[in-house]
Design a binder for this molecule. Sequence first.
Ligand code: P53
Length: 479
Amino acid sequence: MSAELQLPKGFLWGGAVAAHQVEGGWDQGGKGVSIADVMTGGSHGVDRVITDGVQPGHFYPNHKGVEFYSHYKQDVALFAEMGFKCFRTSIAWTRIFPNGDEQQPNEAGLQFYDDLFDELLKYGIEPVITLSHFEMPYHLVKEYGGWHNRKVVDFFVRFSEVVLNRYKSKVKYWMTFNEINNQRNWQYPLFGYCCSGVIFTEHEKPEQAMYQVMHHQFVASAKVVKLGHDINPDFQIGCMIAMVPVYPFSCHPDDVVLAQESMHQRYVFSDVQMRGYYPAYTLKEWARKGYDIQMEADDAETLRQGCADYVGFSYYMSNAVKTDASGVDDPITGFEGVVKNPHVKASDWGWQIDPVGLRYAMNELYERYQKPLFIVENGFGAIDKPNANGVIEDDYRIDYLRAHIEEMKKAVAYDGVELMGYTPWGCLDCVSFTTGQYDKRYGFIHVNKNDDGSGDFSRGKKKSFSWYQQVIASNGENL
Ligand code: P53
């Protein structure tokens, strides 16, 4: 392939996880209880339950995760063997500020991430760090009502300031809030809870409460971006959204406009973080619905000064909407009028597989913001079964990733989209977020731990391990 059709040199190939889904050690090293620690295990169709604190008699899968806290050296060595250029994880807020409202950080927690980052850098792997990935201190939920309370902005900024300073010479790539737009689906308790520790349906005006939380997080994100650039001008600090393109089911103009409105609901999150001001469609919606969002006098200026440097996003699926599909909602995205797209297949969890949608999504985001993109999650959750020789031949995962990488390359090489890197989700098997399962797996690296309780957390290589190794070695040419 000619040079202009290739991915750029220095492209950040890697993998992604989040602290609460891999680390375990939930009560070690002085760590406090996080919101992930009070979520039980579920399964496809069986919701995870959010309990009132940690209660006896329940199974909380995130307490052990996949024991990355004690296995990280082994795991990082395997990432290095695959050729990772970067590794995305998050810092568990509760390791640094166990309750969230302390004045002084917990040194043992800070030391753990020093050790982890040193281990990565030893192999030339760049850490890519999310500051908040569904794991805020439970104490801030109980005592303050989560992100609905403006005080949480200051707690988050304090936490961020500590870690941005501490790791300023070790970490260059940051993101503020993981999938900040998931909480747009305020009807479904899990999403508001994971993003901001709020169950919106408990509020008198749930949607208004969601927008209030959103505003607090925008202010927090902008403050952290500005602070970060002051600490180290080389920092690249991104926003992070779940990018689920919504297609019109038909070319009926009403379907087209419905799809556009659905996208507005999601885009407001990146619009404000990338542009530094509220889009007109949101201000009009608030006026129309009579929503009163509390803002402080200098918030507008804060937002303007804290635009993110790049768009981090996850991409797993697309959706389609139809005007006359009343009552049909998608539990993951919460869009009204969602219908099955007859042109694409779905995973066992109903996530619609649409590689071409990734190219479309990349073009949409790049045209919208004209800032670099970073695909920080993409992947295929599946039940893996070892063959007679005990090897997991996960060709379905390879097929999924190959098809997405092909489209990603088209977006870069044909369409000219600026892309920093690609970090498939769950490079190491981990606890599923939506269902709390072990058996819904994404990894190149298998972790021997199963929903029936069996398994010793030992690691193994799946077929996709050597496949991804050659993808990276050839900079995406050998797929
Ligand atoms: P699990 C919705 C749409 C796209 C991605 O999910 C989503 C969601 C749900 O929030 O979540 C991200 O493990 C999230 C990760 C999560 C991953 O997708 O339910 O950032 O924490 O594990 C995969 O299969």
